[in-house]
Design a protein around this ligand. Structure first.
Ligand SMILES: NC(=O)c1ccc[n+]([C@@H]2O[C@H](COP(=O)([O-])OP(=O)(O)OC[C@H]3O[C@@H](n4cnc5c(N)ncnc54)[C@H](OP(=O)(O)O)[C@@H]3O)[C@@H](O)[C@H]2O)c1
Length: 249
């Protein structure tokens, strides 16, 4: 199988790429930090890894992606893991817009190219995206993060229906992790933090089982059910309890 992980220089994406490499697949890896891509390739069997450095917030991201797909010889599965988040209670504009560029616009750039690639060739493809449990309720401490994670999940769901409309054999998986021990949380300790290797194993399993949505892990799935039951006025009122978490990540 040919797999691409967009955002594989570190964290969850890298851990997922390493699982696919161990499983013997051909794996395309991306991210801006070229040295880290080379490091992954160096530790893998020869010819298994196809590194391509690019920035998903740039307009030429899809061109880079198409070159990578050509180099591997097609793509069966793609995980979009590029993303970042910041609490931003002072609403610093560049912080808000930067997250929109990477999490939302970058995802659109890559996913529309992949969707059309699979649909136009009439081949099966599987797109997975790492959203977050932060997409379940609007989080006032991190407006752009929470909203872009919702965007990723919702956009992916629209693509699932579009696949029906266009009679394309395209599978979609939305991944919603809780806290995972990556650079994203800067070594801080939060309740129910998951090891990135465990999160990655769950993601690979969810893709293999063609899950539509996977909340990682079970504890977060249970909490997610409760979160969805909270009425909006109560959630707004609860904002006062978030005051100590202004710089959470
Ligand atoms: N860790 C958590 O607690 C947690 C929880 C829920 C969801 N998530 C989501 O999981 C995904 C992966 O994050 P992580 O926790 O694994 O953190 P991470 O270690 O910081 O990984 C982020 C990845 O995104 C890539 N990236 C960032 N900006 C990019 C850009 N402009 N162009 C291309 N690639 C870019 C980074 O590569 P370069 O810097 O090399 O470009 C890196 O590979 C994110 O979408 C995050 O929102 C994380």
């Amino acid at each position: 199988m040919n797999v691409i992980v967009i955002g594989a220089t570190s964290g969850i994406g890298r851990a997922v790429a390493e699982i696919y490499i161990r499983q013997g697949h051909r794996v395309g890896i991306t991210g801006r930090r070229e040295a880290l891509l080379r490091e992954v390739a160096l530790n893998a069997p020869e010819g298994a890894v196809f590194p391509k450095a690019f920035d998903v917030s740039e307009d030429d991201a899809a061109e880079h992606l198409s070159e990578l797909v050509a180099a591997i010889g097609g793509v069966d599965v793609c995980l979009y893991s590029s993303g970042y988040g910041h609490t931003n209670t002072v609403l610093e504009p560049s912080l808000e817009l930067g997250q929109v560029d990477v999490n939302a616009k970058g995802f659109v750039r890559c996913s529309v190219w992949l969707f059309n690639y699979w649909a136009e060739r009439g081949v099966r493809g599987h797109l997975a995206v790492i959203s977050s449990v932060a997409s379940i309720l609007p989080l006032g401490v991190c407006p752009a993060y929470s909203a872009t994670k919702k965007f990723e999940a919702f956009y992916a769901q629209t693509l699932r229906q579009l696949a029906r409309i266009r009679e394309a054999d395209i599978r979609i998986t939305v991944i919603k992790p809780g806290f995972v021990d990556t650079d994203f949380i800067h070594g801080r300790h939060f309740p129910m933090t998951i090891r990135k290797e465990n999160a990655a194993a769950s993601i690979v399993r969810a893709i293999k089982r063609n899950k539509k949505t996977a909340v990682i892990d079970g504890r977060w799935a249970a909490l997610g059910v409760l979160m969805r039951m909270i009425p909006s006025p109560l959630w707004n009122w609860a904002g006062r309890f978030f005051r100590p978490y202004k710089d959470m990540f």
